[in-house]
Design a protein around this ligand. Structure first.
Ligand code: FES
Length: 125
């Protein structure tokens, strides 16, 4: 059973589970700020669920490549849409700042236990 490591926590999931669903079921969000409420609900069109993944996941599809090729994303960014990526082995997932998680020039969000509860907007309400 693959393990997803996200913000210092490990979540087990079924092989081929959609990453966004795995995170949401564990009460974690791949979205920042208001994008938690205003997103395409996993259709691969809004781009707000973008994360950086290390480990085994499904190949990037056409829809995902198109969305990640449009601003504020860029084809050179090493990001995946968590709603399109399927977990195929142990993975580590980083979420960067910005409404779309596009600020790769900044530090990714810290482990949940180290986050400031007054400013952290990533944990599901
Ligand atoms: S939730 Fe909109 S692209 Fe993933």
């Amino acid at each position: 059973m693959p393990t997803v490591e996200f913000r210092g926590e490990k979540i087990e999931c079924e092989e081929n589970a959609v990453l966004r669903n795995v995170l949401k079921r564990a009460k974690k969000s791949p979205h920042n700020g208001k994008a938690k409420y205003a997103n395409c609900h996993g259709n691969g069109t809004c781009g707000t669920c973008a994360v950086q993944i290390t480990g085994e996941v499904s190949e990037k599809g056409r829809k995902e490549s198109i969305r990640l090729g449009m601003p504020p994303h860029h084809p050179s960014h090493d990001l995946r849409l968590s709603c399109q990526a399927r977990v195929q082995g142990d993975v580590t997932v980083l979420k960067y700042p910005g409404l779309f998680g596009q600020h790769l020039d900044q530090d990714p969000h810290p482990p949940v236990k180290d986050a400031d509860p007054d400013t952290d907007t990533d944990t599901e309400a």
